[in-house]
Design a protein around this ligand. Sequence first.
Ligand code: ZN
Length: 108
Amino acid sequence: MYDHILHQMRDKIRANEYIVPDHPTRTGPESNLMICDYCGKDGAKLRYKTQVCGPKNDKFLVDKVPVVRCPHCHQTYMTAQTAKTLDQLVQQRRELARPQTLDVIEFA
Ligand SMILES: [Zn+2]
């Protein structure tokens, strides 16, 4: 039963739909290490990545999105606060976006 729920969660995480509770815990002064929301172990790190947003024919990038990456369970996730902020930024796309050209290749 839990396997089923876990699989559903993984699918949603892959589709960037799953929002985790927003309580990453800093474990030391000047440290970006956190407690992982998935496995509960110490040592998850804050990283910044580029997120592709928008519909298939009107994609755009959001740069420097903070994500938490866990070296123990290899989970990568956004906190609920990050997801909320990302939603707001996406809504403000027209005001915030700086148009740039970008080379795109397809793997297959
Ligand atoms: Zn973990």
